[in-house]
Design a protein around this ligand. Structure first.
Ligand code: ZN
Length: 71
């Protein structure tokens, strides 16, 4: 969840509430935080989310585009 969507969700102005299952506790959260990304050999990769209380304890992994260098 981007900071802008997080603020919009808090204010209730987000048109599409977004939720996901936490990779640690497997519970549904309406404030998911991106904590990882799994590349797949075919098709798009899978983004891993954590609930706010577990996201701070999970080791962050690079997200798509974070390891690419600007030349
Ligand atoms: Zn959790």
């Amino acid at each position: 969840m981007t900071p802008a969507r997080f603020v919009a969700a808090l204010l209730g102005t987000d048109p599409e509430p977004f939720g996901a299952h936490c990779v640690r506790c497997k519970r549904w959260t309406w404030a998911p935080v991106e904590v990882g990304y799994i590349e797949r050999q075919s098709g798009p990769g899978v983004v891993l989310y954590g609930c706010p209380s577990h996201a701070v304890a999970l080791n962050p992994r690079p997200m798509p585009g974070e390891l690419e260098r600007d030349v």
